[in-house]
Design a protein around this ligand. Structure first.
Ligand code: NAD
Ligand code: GLY
Length: 359
Protein backbone atom coordinates (compact mmCIF):
# COMPACT_ATOMS: atom_id res chain seq x y z
CA UNK A 1 0.00 0.00 0.00
CA UNK A 2 1.13 3.53 -0.80
CA UNK A 3 -0.07 6.40 1.37
CA UNK A 4 -0.02 10.01 0.20
CA UNK A 5 -1.03 12.98 2.33
CA UNK A 6 -3.15 15.86 1.21
CA UNK A 7 -2.04 18.81 3.30
CA UNK A 8 -4.28 21.86 3.64
CA UNK A 9 -4.03 24.91 5.90
CA UNK A 10 -6.72 23.58 8.31
CA UNK A 11 -6.50 19.83 7.88
CA UNK A 12 -4.65 16.95 6.30
CA UNK A 13 -5.78 13.48 5.31
CA UNK A 14 -4.34 10.28 3.95
CA UNK A 15 -4.96 8.79 0.51
CA UNK A 16 -4.30 5.05 0.76
CA UNK A 17 -3.76 3.24 -2.55
CA UNK A 18 -3.32 -0.51 -2.66
CA UNK A 19 -4.82 -3.97 -2.95
CA UNK A 20 -7.21 -5.68 -0.53
CA UNK A 21 -8.03 -2.50 1.39
CA UNK A 22 -11.85 -2.75 1.49
CA UNK A 23 -11.92 -4.91 4.59
CA UNK A 24 -8.87 -3.38 6.25
CA UNK A 25 -11.00 -1.36 8.64
CA UNK A 26 -7.94 -0.36 10.63
CA UNK A 27 -7.56 2.27 7.93
CA UNK A 28 -11.04 3.60 8.70
CA UNK A 29 -11.35 3.31 12.45
CA UNK A 30 -8.97 6.14 13.43
CA UNK A 31 -11.16 8.54 11.45
CA UNK A 32 -14.48 7.64 13.10
CA UNK A 33 -15.21 9.99 16.02
CA UNK A 34 -17.94 7.61 17.27
CA UNK A 35 -18.53 3.96 16.27
CA UNK A 36 -21.38 4.80 13.90
CA UNK A 37 -21.28 4.93 10.12
CA UNK A 38 -23.68 5.42 7.23
CA UNK A 39 -22.52 3.75 4.03
CA UNK A 40 -23.86 5.35 0.85
CA UNK A 41 -23.69 3.28 -2.32
CA UNK A 42 -25.76 2.50 -5.39
CA UNK A 43 -27.71 -0.40 -6.87
CA UNK A 44 -24.71 -1.59 -8.92
CA UNK A 45 -21.90 -1.30 -6.38
CA UNK A 46 -23.81 -2.31 -3.25
CA UNK A 47 -24.41 -5.95 -4.28
CA UNK A 48 -20.70 -6.25 -5.08
CA UNK A 49 -19.06 -4.66 -2.05
CA UNK A 50 -21.44 -3.26 0.58
CA UNK A 51 -21.88 -6.41 2.66
CA UNK A 52 -18.12 -6.98 2.90
CA UNK A 53 -17.48 -3.45 4.13
CA UNK A 54 -20.41 -3.45 6.53
CA UNK A 55 -19.52 -6.85 8.00
CA UNK A 56 -15.90 -5.80 8.52
CA UNK A 57 -16.99 -2.62 10.31
CA UNK A 58 -19.62 -4.36 12.44
CA UNK A 59 -17.08 -7.00 13.45
CA UNK A 60 -15.12 -4.14 15.01
CA UNK A 61 -18.13 -2.72 16.86
CA UNK A 62 -19.18 -0.02 14.39
CA UNK A 63 -22.94 0.15 13.93
CA UNK A 64 -23.81 0.82 10.31
CA UNK A 65 -26.78 1.97 8.39
CA UNK A 66 -26.74 1.87 4.61
CA UNK A 67 -28.36 3.84 1.82
CA UNK A 68 -28.55 2.35 -1.67
CA UNK A 69 -29.28 4.93 -4.36
CA UNK A 70 -30.27 4.47 -8.00
CA UNK A 71 -27.26 4.31 -10.33
CA UNK A 72 -26.22 6.98 -12.78
CA UNK A 73 -25.36 10.58 -13.49
CA UNK A 74 -29.04 11.28 -14.18
CA UNK A 75 -29.67 10.70 -10.45
CA UNK A 76 -27.07 13.17 -9.22
CA UNK A 77 -29.82 15.56 -8.22
CA UNK A 78 -31.81 17.04 -5.32
CA UNK A 79 -34.28 14.20 -5.22
CA UNK A 80 -31.63 11.52 -4.78
CA UNK A 81 -29.64 13.67 -2.35
CA UNK A 82 -32.75 13.92 -0.22
CA UNK A 83 -32.92 10.13 -0.03
CA UNK A 84 -29.61 10.24 1.83
CA UNK A 85 -31.03 12.76 4.33
CA UNK A 86 -34.21 10.64 4.72
CA UNK A 87 -32.13 7.57 5.54
CA UNK A 88 -29.84 9.44 7.93
CA UNK A 89 -32.78 10.86 9.84
CA UNK A 90 -34.75 7.60 9.86
CA UNK A 91 -31.63 5.82 11.12
CA UNK A 92 -31.05 8.44 13.84
CA UNK A 93 -27.67 9.38 12.42
CA UNK A 94 -25.91 11.90 14.62
CA UNK A 95 -23.63 14.77 13.70
CA UNK A 96 -20.60 12.58 14.44
CA UNK A 97 -21.86 9.62 12.40
CA UNK A 98 -19.37 9.15 9.56
CA UNK A 99 -20.76 8.97 6.04
CA UNK A 100 -18.83 6.54 3.86
CA UNK A 101 -19.07 6.94 0.09
CA UNK A 102 -18.75 3.52 -1.55
CA UNK A 103 -18.97 4.06 -5.28
CA UNK A 104 -17.80 6.12 -8.23
CA UNK A 105 -17.72 9.87 -8.60
CA UNK A 106 -21.49 10.25 -8.55
CA UNK A 107 -21.79 8.58 -5.14
CA UNK A 108 -18.67 10.35 -3.87
CA UNK A 109 -19.85 13.81 -4.92
CA UNK A 110 -23.35 13.31 -3.51
CA UNK A 111 -22.22 11.71 -0.26
CA UNK A 112 -19.70 14.50 0.28
CA UNK A 113 -22.37 17.13 -0.30
CA UNK A 114 -24.77 15.31 2.03
CA UNK A 115 -22.03 15.20 4.68
CA UNK A 116 -21.36 18.92 4.24
CA UNK A 117 -25.05 19.68 4.85
CA UNK A 118 -26.20 17.06 7.37
CA UNK A 119 -26.50 18.76 10.75
CA UNK A 120 -24.20 21.44 9.25
CA UNK A 121 -21.34 19.03 8.72
CA UNK A 122 -20.74 15.34 9.43
CA UNK A 123 -17.43 13.54 8.83
CA UNK A 124 -17.07 11.49 5.66
CA UNK A 125 -14.70 9.02 4.06
CA UNK A 126 -14.26 8.22 0.40
CA UNK A 127 -13.94 4.62 -0.80
CA UNK A 128 -13.79 5.20 -4.57
CA UNK A 129 -14.71 2.19 -6.71
CA UNK A 130 -14.08 3.54 -10.23
CA UNK A 131 -10.76 4.51 -11.76
CA UNK A 132 -12.12 8.01 -12.30
CA UNK A 133 -13.02 8.37 -8.65
CA UNK A 134 -9.68 6.93 -7.51
CA UNK A 135 -7.63 9.34 -9.62
CA UNK A 136 -9.74 12.44 -9.28
CA UNK A 137 -13.16 12.87 -7.70
CA UNK A 138 -12.48 11.27 -4.30
CA UNK A 139 -9.53 13.60 -3.66
CA UNK A 140 -9.77 17.33 -3.02
CA UNK A 141 -13.18 17.91 -1.47
CA UNK A 142 -15.29 19.10 -4.39
CA UNK A 143 -18.82 17.87 -3.74
CA UNK A 144 -21.91 18.64 -5.78
CA UNK A 145 -25.11 17.70 -7.52
CA UNK A 146 -26.15 18.69 -11.03
CA UNK A 147 -28.80 21.18 -12.11
CA UNK A 148 -30.60 20.66 -15.45
CA UNK A 149 -28.94 23.87 -16.66
CA UNK A 150 -25.44 23.09 -15.50
CA UNK A 151 -23.14 20.38 -14.26
CA UNK A 152 -22.13 20.33 -10.56
CA UNK A 153 -23.78 23.73 -10.09
CA UNK A 154 -24.93 23.13 -6.51
CA UNK A 155 -22.29 21.99 -4.06
CA UNK A 156 -19.63 22.73 -1.48
CA UNK A 157 -15.92 22.37 -0.85
CA UNK A 158 -15.88 19.77 1.92
CA UNK A 159 -12.89 17.54 2.58
CA UNK A 160 -13.08 13.86 3.51
CA UNK A 161 -11.27 12.44 6.55
CA UNK A 162 -9.55 9.83 4.38
CA UNK A 163 -9.54 8.30 0.91
CA UNK A 164 -9.13 4.55 0.54
CA UNK A 165 -8.53 3.42 -3.04
CA UNK A 166 -8.64 -0.36 -3.26
CA UNK A 167 -7.34 -1.31 -6.70
CA UNK A 168 -8.99 -4.74 -6.45
CA UNK A 169 -12.41 -3.11 -6.74
CA UNK A 170 -11.59 -2.12 -10.32
CA UNK A 171 -11.79 -5.79 -11.36
CA UNK A 172 -15.57 -5.53 -11.81
CA UNK A 173 -15.52 -2.16 -13.58
CA UNK A 174 -16.83 -2.30 -17.16
CA UNK A 175 -14.26 -1.48 -19.87
CA UNK A 176 -16.12 1.66 -20.91
CA UNK A 177 -15.88 2.99 -17.33
CA UNK A 178 -12.18 2.12 -17.15
CA UNK A 179 -11.63 4.19 -20.29
CA UNK A 180 -13.63 7.06 -18.79
CA UNK A 181 -11.23 7.05 -15.84
CA UNK A 182 -8.24 7.09 -18.18
CA UNK A 183 -9.46 10.44 -19.53
CA UNK A 184 -8.76 12.08 -16.17
CA UNK A 185 -5.39 10.29 -15.98
CA UNK A 186 -4.41 11.68 -19.40
CA UNK A 187 -5.52 15.08 -18.14
CA UNK A 188 -2.77 15.08 -15.49
CA UNK A 189 -0.07 14.32 -18.05
CA UNK A 190 -1.31 17.03 -20.39
CA UNK A 191 -1.71 19.71 -17.77
CA UNK A 192 1.49 19.29 -15.82
CA UNK A 193 3.80 16.35 -16.45
CA UNK A 194 5.19 15.66 -19.94
CA UNK A 195 7.12 12.60 -18.65
CA UNK A 196 3.92 11.09 -17.30
CA UNK A 197 2.29 11.82 -20.66
CA UNK A 198 5.04 9.85 -22.42
CA UNK A 199 4.66 7.06 -19.83
CA UNK A 200 0.94 6.93 -20.62
CA UNK A 201 1.62 6.68 -24.34
CA UNK A 202 3.93 3.72 -23.71
CA UNK A 203 1.68 2.03 -21.14
CA UNK A 204 -1.84 2.57 -22.46
CA UNK A 205 -2.18 -1.07 -23.62
CA UNK A 206 -1.12 -2.30 -20.16
CA UNK A 207 -3.57 0.06 -18.47
CA UNK A 208 -6.45 -1.10 -20.66
CA UNK A 209 -5.44 -4.71 -19.95
CA UNK A 210 -5.72 -3.79 -16.22
CA UNK A 211 -2.12 -4.55 -15.41
CA UNK A 212 -2.06 -4.08 -11.62
CA UNK A 213 1.31 -2.34 -11.40
CA UNK A 214 0.54 0.02 -14.27
CA UNK A 215 -2.85 0.95 -12.79
CA UNK A 216 -1.41 1.51 -9.35
CA UNK A 217 1.31 3.78 -10.75
CA UNK A 218 -1.29 5.75 -12.75
CA UNK A 219 -3.48 6.20 -9.65
CA UNK A 220 -0.49 7.16 -7.51
CA UNK A 221 0.91 9.71 -9.97
CA UNK A 222 -2.55 11.21 -10.55
CA UNK A 223 -3.24 11.51 -6.81
CA UNK A 224 0.21 13.02 -6.20
CA UNK A 225 -0.49 15.71 -8.77
CA UNK A 226 -4.00 16.35 -7.51
CA UNK A 227 -2.89 16.50 -3.87
CA UNK A 228 -0.13 18.99 -4.74
CA UNK A 229 -2.47 21.26 -6.70
CA UNK A 230 -5.31 21.14 -4.14
CA UNK A 231 -2.77 21.65 -1.34
CA UNK A 232 -1.75 24.89 -3.04
CA UNK A 233 -5.25 26.11 -3.94
CA UNK A 234 -8.08 24.32 -2.13
CA UNK A 235 -10.91 26.65 -3.18
CA UNK A 236 -9.84 27.13 -6.80
CA UNK A 237 -8.71 30.71 -6.75
CA UNK A 238 -5.87 29.94 -9.14
CA UNK A 239 -3.92 26.86 -10.10
CA UNK A 240 -6.70 24.36 -9.25
CA UNK A 241 -8.60 25.61 -12.30
CA UNK A 242 -6.01 23.74 -14.42
CA UNK A 243 -7.61 20.48 -13.23
CA UNK A 244 -10.51 21.53 -15.42
CA UNK A 245 -8.62 20.90 -18.65
CA UNK A 246 -11.25 19.58 -21.08
CA UNK A 247 -14.06 20.21 -18.61
CA UNK A 248 -15.44 23.51 -19.94
CA UNK A 249 -16.27 21.71 -23.18
CA UNK A 250 -16.96 18.41 -21.40
CA UNK A 251 -19.52 19.78 -18.98
CA UNK A 252 -21.29 21.48 -21.90
CA UNK A 253 -21.47 18.11 -23.67
CA UNK A 254 -22.89 16.38 -20.59
CA UNK A 255 -25.54 19.02 -19.91
CA UNK A 256 -26.31 19.56 -23.61
CA UNK A 257 -26.92 15.90 -24.39
CA UNK A 258 -28.63 15.14 -21.05
CA UNK A 259 -26.74 13.72 -18.06
CA UNK A 260 -25.65 10.15 -18.62
CA UNK A 261 -25.77 10.16 -22.44
CA UNK A 262 -21.99 10.57 -22.54
CA UNK A 263 -19.94 9.48 -19.53
CA UNK A 264 -18.14 12.30 -17.75
CA UNK A 265 -14.74 10.91 -18.78
CA UNK A 266 -15.85 10.60 -22.42
CA UNK A 267 -16.98 14.21 -22.47
CA UNK A 268 -13.70 15.33 -20.86
CA UNK A 269 -11.74 13.32 -23.46
CA UNK A 270 -13.43 15.06 -26.39
CA UNK A 271 -13.06 18.32 -24.46
CA UNK A 272 -9.30 17.83 -24.14
CA UNK A 273 -9.00 17.35 -27.91
CA UNK A 274 -10.97 20.59 -28.38
CA UNK A 275 -8.69 22.38 -25.89
CA UNK A 276 -5.63 21.09 -27.75
CA UNK A 277 -7.08 22.16 -31.11
CA UNK A 278 -7.85 25.65 -29.74
CA UNK A 279 -4.30 25.88 -28.36
CA UNK A 280 -2.94 25.02 -31.83
CA UNK A 281 -5.16 27.71 -33.38
CA UNK A 282 -3.51 30.21 -31.02
CA UNK A 283 -0.12 28.98 -32.24
CA UNK A 284 0.85 27.62 -28.82
CA UNK A 285 1.22 23.98 -29.82
CA UNK A 286 1.84 22.37 -33.22
CA UNK A 287 -0.76 20.46 -35.25
CA UNK A 288 1.37 17.33 -34.58
CA UNK A 289 0.87 17.88 -30.85
CA UNK A 290 -2.90 17.89 -31.38
CA UNK A 291 -2.57 14.60 -33.26
CA UNK A 292 -0.54 13.20 -30.34
CA UNK A 293 -3.37 14.11 -27.95
CA UNK A 294 -5.94 12.64 -30.32
CA UNK A 295 -3.96 9.38 -30.67
CA UNK A 296 -3.60 8.96 -26.89
CA UNK A 297 -7.30 9.66 -26.30
CA UNK A 298 -8.21 7.12 -29.01
CA UNK A 299 -5.75 4.57 -27.56
CA UNK A 300 -7.58 4.89 -24.25
CA UNK A 301 -10.81 3.89 -26.01
CA UNK A 302 -12.28 7.38 -25.76
CA UNK A 303 -14.05 9.64 -28.26
CA UNK A 304 -11.91 12.22 -30.07
CA UNK A 305 -14.83 14.04 -31.71
CA UNK A 306 -17.38 16.06 -29.74
CA UNK A 307 -21.09 15.72 -30.57
CA UNK A 308 -22.47 18.30 -32.99
CA UNK A 309 -24.19 21.25 -31.33
CA UNK A 310 -24.82 24.75 -32.71
CA UNK A 311 -22.26 27.35 -31.56
CA UNK A 312 -25.02 29.24 -29.76
CA UNK A 313 -25.81 26.16 -27.66
CA UNK A 314 -22.14 25.64 -26.78
CA UNK A 315 -21.86 29.27 -25.70
CA UNK A 316 -25.05 29.14 -23.65
CA UNK A 317 -23.96 25.94 -21.89
CA UNK A 318 -20.41 27.15 -21.28
CA UNK A 319 -21.75 30.42 -19.84
CA UNK A 320 -22.68 28.31 -16.79
CA UNK A 321 -19.13 27.08 -16.31
CA UNK A 322 -17.91 27.69 -12.77
CA UNK A 323 -14.76 29.35 -14.12
CA UNK A 324 -16.77 32.18 -15.72
CA UNK A 325 -15.64 35.52 -14.29
CA UNK A 326 -17.47 38.77 -15.02
CA UNK A 327 -19.20 37.04 -17.93
CA UNK A 328 -15.96 35.81 -19.54
CA UNK A 329 -15.46 32.08 -20.00
CA UNK A 330 -11.98 31.11 -18.80
CA UNK A 331 -10.68 28.21 -20.89
CA UNK A 332 -7.91 25.84 -19.81
CA UNK A 333 -5.58 25.48 -22.78
CA UNK A 334 -2.14 24.06 -23.48
CA UNK A 335 0.89 26.33 -23.70
CA UNK A 336 2.73 23.10 -24.52
CA UNK A 337 2.07 19.40 -23.88
CA UNK A 338 2.59 19.07 -20.14
CA UNK A 339 1.79 22.71 -19.33
CA UNK A 340 -1.76 24.03 -19.08
CA UNK A 341 -2.68 27.70 -18.66
CA UNK A 342 -5.84 29.71 -18.01
CA UNK A 343 -7.00 31.66 -21.08
CA UNK A 344 -9.73 34.23 -20.40
CA UNK A 345 -12.03 34.26 -23.43
CA UNK A 346 -11.63 32.92 -26.94
CA UNK A 347 -12.59 34.62 -30.16
CA UNK A 348 -16.00 33.27 -31.30
CA UNK A 349 -14.80 32.61 -34.85
CA UNK A 350 -11.79 30.63 -33.56
CA UNK A 351 -14.10 28.64 -31.30
CA UNK A 352 -16.49 28.02 -34.18
CA UNK A 353 -13.63 26.75 -36.39
CA UNK A 354 -12.36 24.44 -33.66
CA UNK A 355 -15.81 23.07 -32.89
CA UNK A 356 -16.67 22.52 -36.57
CA UNK A 357 -13.40 20.67 -37.20
CA UNK A 358 -13.71 18.44 -34.13
CA UNK A 359 -17.37 17.53 -33.81
P1 NAD B 1 -20.16 6.83 -11.72
O1 NAD B 1 -20.06 7.17 -10.31
O2 NAD B 1 -21.46 7.00 -12.41
O3 NAD B 1 -19.67 5.32 -11.89
C1 NAD B 1 -19.63 4.79 -13.19
C2 NAD B 1 -20.42 3.47 -13.29
O4 NAD B 1 -19.64 2.41 -12.76
C3 NAD B 1 -21.73 3.45 -12.51
O5 NAD B 1 -22.68 2.72 -13.24
C4 NAD B 1 -21.34 2.71 -11.23
O6 NAD B 1 -22.43 2.12 -10.60
C5 NAD B 1 -20.38 1.70 -11.78
N1 NAD B 1 -19.40 1.20 -10.83
C6 NAD B 1 -18.73 1.91 -9.91
N2 NAD B 1 -17.80 1.16 -9.33
C7 NAD B 1 -17.89 -0.07 -9.88
C8 NAD B 1 -17.17 -1.27 -9.69
N3 NAD B 1 -16.13 -1.35 -8.88
N4 NAD B 1 -17.55 -2.35 -10.40
C9 NAD B 1 -18.58 -2.26 -11.28
N5 NAD B 1 -19.27 -1.14 -11.52
C10 NAD B 1 -18.92 -0.05 -10.83
O7 NAD B 1 -19.10 7.66 -12.59
P2 NAD B 1 -17.59 8.07 -12.34
O8 NAD B 1 -16.97 8.10 -13.68
O9 NAD B 1 -16.96 7.29 -11.27
O10 NAD B 1 -17.72 9.57 -11.80
C11 NAD B 1 -18.25 10.59 -12.61
C12 NAD B 1 -18.73 11.68 -11.70
O11 NAD B 1 -17.64 12.22 -10.97
C13 NAD B 1 -19.35 12.85 -12.44
O12 NAD B 1 -20.55 13.22 -11.82
C14 NAD B 1 -18.32 13.95 -12.30
O13 NAD B 1 -18.90 15.23 -12.31
C15 NAD B 1 -17.71 13.62 -10.98
N6 NAD B 1 -16.36 14.15 -10.80
C16 NAD B 1 -16.10 14.86 -9.66
C17 NAD B 1 -14.84 15.34 -9.42
C18 NAD B 1 -14.53 16.04 -8.14
O14 NAD B 1 -13.44 16.61 -8.01
N7 NAD B 1 -15.41 15.99 -7.17
C19 NAD B 1 -13.81 15.09 -10.35
C20 NAD B 1 -14.11 14.37 -11.50
C21 NAD B 1 -15.38 13.91 -11.71
N1 GLY C 1 -11.79 17.73 -10.81
C1 GLY C 1 -11.40 19.09 -10.70
C2 GLY C 1 -11.02 19.51 -9.33
O1 GLY C 1 -11.08 18.72 -8.40
O2 GLY C 1 -10.69 20.63 -9.12
Amino acid sequence: MITLDLILPDTRYPIHIGHGLLEQVDLLLPHLPIPKAAIVSNETVAPLYLDRLQAALEARGVSCLSVVLPDGEAHKDWRTLNRIFDALLSGNAERKTTLIALGGGVIGDMTGFAAACYQRGAPFIQIPTTLLAQVDSSVGGKTAINHPQGKNMIGAFYQPQAVIADMDLLATLPDRELSAGLAEVIKYGLLGDADFLAWLEANMPALRARDGAALQYAVKRSCEMKAAIVGEDEKENGVRALLNLGHTFGHAIEAGLGYGAWLHGEAVAAGMVLAAAASAQLGWIAPEDVERVRRLVAAAGLPTQAPKMPLEQWLQLMAHDKKVESGTIRFILLRKLGQAVIQPGLDASLLDRVLRANS
